[in-house]
Design a binder for this molecule. Structure first.
Ligand code: ADP
Ligand code: MG
Length: 268
């Protein structure tokens, strides 16, 4: 069964898409059959994966409203080694279109069930809101990864997000949990960043991933070349951090039993 992970934070510009694209690339590099779902009408994960959002045959929008099958909408990223369920502006209409449909919050989960055996990991790049689209992401996922910048207001938004995950867990998806918080765009020279980082560790303990992604201009440049940072400049500190995060994530998934290969029970 595929591990489905939602990359979420209702704030914009906190590094969700950068994390989604580079983590997808890192996991593919580590041998995982990976699908990246672009669930943001901005289509940044699509463009950042080298797929032109203006010329899609079908997108996640048609899949959600039942006008296309997921297998017909998935495309392969040429260089990056993962599969992509792309998005474009049309997805902005989904909020309204879904309201009249049955099982409106579980449309993505139902679609992903069709390709479950084809992938080891599915990453969902969520939009910057706690909307019906994000709800679809949370209903489809087992875990949530929260990328965050270590700045003053970061902690404030976090409680809303944690509450939303709790509500979805209680009402829609009992499998859902927060896998961890990832510190991104980290600037070690900033005293405030260090301070917020320590607060995060104090509040969330082991939920805070050990890997810290530094602020690195190569990660910001990569999308304009239609490449994940991992391919644009593999030696950059940003790329190396995401590769390291891929390893840490796989270890954590194996530890929680989620991605562990079938092992015989210990003979006692
Ligand atoms: P979100 O998807 O949460 O809106 P993005 O991933 O698009 O956030 O990131 C917002 C902006 O910050 C983008 O311009 C992106 O290139 C840049 N960015 C993200 N992570 C880093 C990083 N580690 N170092 C430098 N720039 C980054
Ligand atoms: Mg984004």
């Amino acid at each position: 069964m595929a591990q489905v992970l939602a990359i979420a934070n209702q704030k914009g510009g906190v590094g969700k898409t950068t994390t989604s694209v580079n983590l997808a690339c890192a996991l593919a590099r580590l041998g995982q059959r990976t699908l990246l779902v672009d669930l943001d009408p901005q289509g940044n994960a699509t463009m950042g994966s080298g797929v032109d959002k203006r010329t899609l045959k079908a997108s996640v929008y048609q899949v959600l409203i039942g006008q296309a099958r997921i297998v017909d909408a998935i495309v392969n990223t040429e260089a990056a080694g993962y599969a992509l369920l792309p998005a474009n502006r049309e997805l902005a209409g989904a909020e309204l279109d879904l309201v009249d449909l049955d099982a409106r919050e579980s449309r993505l989960r139902d679609a992903l069930a069709e390709v479950d055996t084809r992938f080891d990991v599915v990453l969902i790049d969520c939009p910057p809101s706690l909307s019906l689209l994000t709800l679809n992401g949370f209903c489809a996922a087992q875990s949530v990864i929260i990328p965050m910048q270590c700045e003053y207001y970061a902690l404030e938004g976090l409680s809303d997000l944690v509450n939303t995950v709790r509500k979805v867990h209680a009402n829609f998806n009992p499998r859902l949990s927060i896998l961890g918080l990832l510190r991104v765009m980290f600037d070690a020279r900033m005293a405030l960043a260090q301070q917020v980082s320590r607060q995060l560790e104090a509040h969330f303990g082991a939920k805070v991933f050990t890997t810290v992604v530094p602020r690195n201009v190569r990660l910001a440049e990569a999308p304009s070349h239609g490449l994940p940072g991992l391919l644009y400049d593999p030696q950059s500190k940003g790329a190396q951090a995401y590769l390291e995060f891929g390893r840490e994530l796989m270890a954590r998934l194996a530890h929680t039993g989620a991605a562990a290969p079938a092992t015989p029970a210990s003979a006692t």
